[in-house]
Design a protein around this ligand. Structure first.
Ligand code: GLU
Length: 494
């Protein structure tokens, strides 16, 4: 039997980074086994539906290099791929469960259920349930006569369909990551399968779809583990073979606890894939990083592209414990991919566009190429080209505060001494080598270290205390402009 997995997000917002990792693990597993990766949109909760979410999910997966084999935009024989378009199936299967005495109609109003809970709480039951005991005194097709039930249905009375959860049973299954997991049914409500608005609950729709779409492995986040016993009961009631289960470890915040939206915000971690997409992150870096967020290949290797990940990925190397989101590590990957996988040629059009968008006249292709070449090894994310590259095009308007701390009492004198030597270099001989000689001469004459001269020169030219190699940068900027910026700084900073 060939492997079929699904990523089944609810379109309630933009694709979360945790969702992207779930999709990735499913995809890697599918490709490793030459199987199929399905995208199913679980849109049965109308109240939380966000209309752009589906588009965002598809675009985000594509950006990340995750190829969807079947989905709402790529239909195949298992469709439709939106649960809202599969309603009649859920009705049919819920009906089947009623006929086989695994489910029943329940006509109780919210008030009646509330009343039952209050009553039980008073008599000492702290968490009353609609279960095998209480169902016997409620208004449902198990307590009413067949005629009464028919009458209610014909009258159009509101109802839900509930699963008959067995009284005392232990649901046991093997999770590929956690091993044997067992739950006591005594803690479960008679799960609602079909809601009064005619929509299925997540549990019914999920099980019916996984079965009818012939999903072989369910790989999803740990937060769904507590739903798994309900799903197992449903598989049993239907008489279906359940898929293999694998619940992925939680993604943890560096300060501890689950990486919630709020936590991520305070710790400066972008949570939506969209923020990475439009924030100039390298998709390969994000994927490499996410792959290692709960999995490892079993050796020290760290850099893997998608095809290498597909080849290496197995569920037995996924960890049980929570995986901490280490943003520094992500940036390490990003830098690696910018340095090793982005060539100057491939960066040029993007950088030109970014420069132009921020008001820099980057029309001279040869000049731009030299700028990008000088900066390439310094940036860890491509949007850093703009702040770091600005000084090639214009004089600093002001000086960075931190940088200014490095401008000492001696600086003006030293810069002036350097200017004196630079003036002697002819315009067309103003090369990195000549500039370096001038600096060496200055340092010798003034008996100071290199940094004492270099740092104020850098500040004068760029307004910053860091940046690319100074000599080639000065050559590019040109003699007249360099001298003018240094004189300005001496005048302004003294
Ligand atoms: N719709 C659920 C979600 O939003 C699917 C969980 C599952 O994979 O079963 O993640």
């Amino acid at each position: 039997m060939s492997v079929r997995v699904r990523f089944a997000p609810s379109p309630t917002g933009f694709l979360h980074i945790g969702g992207l990792r779930t999709a990735l693990y499913n995809y890697l597993f599918a490709r490793h086994h030459k199987g199929t990766f399905v995208l199913r949109i679980e849109d049965t909760d109308q109240s939380r539906y966000v209309s752009d979410a589906e588009q965002d999910i598809i675009e985000s997966l594509e950006w990340a290099g995750i190829q969807i084999d079947e989905g709402p935009h790529k239909p195949s024989s298992f469709g439709p791929y939106r649960q809202s378009e599969r309603k009649e199936r859920y009705h049919k299967f819920a009906q089947q469960l009623i006929e086989q005495d695994h489910a029943y109609y329940a006509f109780d109003t919210t008030e009646e259920i509330e009343e039952m809970r209050e009553r039980l709480k008073k008599s000492g039951n702290p968490s009353p349930k609609y279960d095998s005991i209480t169902r016997q005194s409620m208004k449902n097709s198990l307590t009413l006569s067949q005629d009464q039930v028919q009458e209610k249905l014909q009258q159009g009375d509101e109802y839900v369909i509930r699963l008959k959860v067995p009284r005392r049973d232990t649901v046991k299954f093997k999770d590929e990551i956690r091993g044997i997991v067992s739950f006591d049914t005594a803690g479960l409500d008679d799960q609602v399968l079909l809601k009064s608005d005619g929509m299925p609950t997540y549990h019914l729709a999920n099980v019916v779809d996984d079965h009818t779409m012939e999903i072989t492995h369910v790989i999803r986040g740990e937060e769904w583990l507590s739903s798994a016993p309900k799903h197992m009961l449903l598989y049993k009631a239907f008489g279906w073979e359940p898929p293999t289960m694998a619940h992925l470890p939680l993604i943890m915040s560096p300060s501890g606890g689950k990486l919630s939206k709020r936590k991520a915000e305070t710790e400066g971690i972008p949570v939506n894939t969209k923020e990475y997409r439009f924030g100039y992150y390298e998709p390969e870096a994000l994927i490499n990083f996410l792959a290692f967020l709960g999995w490892n290949p079993g050796d020290d290797s760290e850099v893997h592209n998608m095809s290498s990940l597909c080849e290496k990925f197995t569920l037995d190397r996924v960890s049980k414990g929570g995986a901490v989101f280490n943003y520094k590590k992500l940036m390490w990957y990003n830098e690696y991919y910018v340095h090793h996988h982005r060539t100057i040629e491939d960066l040029l059009p993007q950088i030109q566009q970014m420069f132009s968008a921020s008001g820099l006249k980057a029309n001279d292709a040869t000049f731009l190429k030299m700028v990008v070449t000088l900066l390439h090894e310094r940036v860890s994310k491509v949007d850093e080209f703009v702040p770091m590259g600005r000084f090639f095009y214009e004089a600093p308007k002001d000086y960075n505060e931190k940088a200014l701390k490095k401008w000492s009492d001696q600086s003006a004198v030293l810069v002036k001494s350097f200017i004196g030597r630079l003036i002697e270099i002819a315009e067309q001989e103003f090369t990195a080598v000549a500039i370096k000689h001038a600096l060496e001469a200055t340092v010798d004459a003034e008996s100071v270290g290199f940094g004492k001269v270099m740092m104020p020169v850098r500040i004068a030219l760029s307004g910053q205390s860091f940046g690319p190699d100074l000599f080639p940068a000065m050559e590019l900027i040109g003699k007249t402009e360099c001298l003018s910026r240094m004189q300005t700084a001496v005048g302004r900073l003294g």
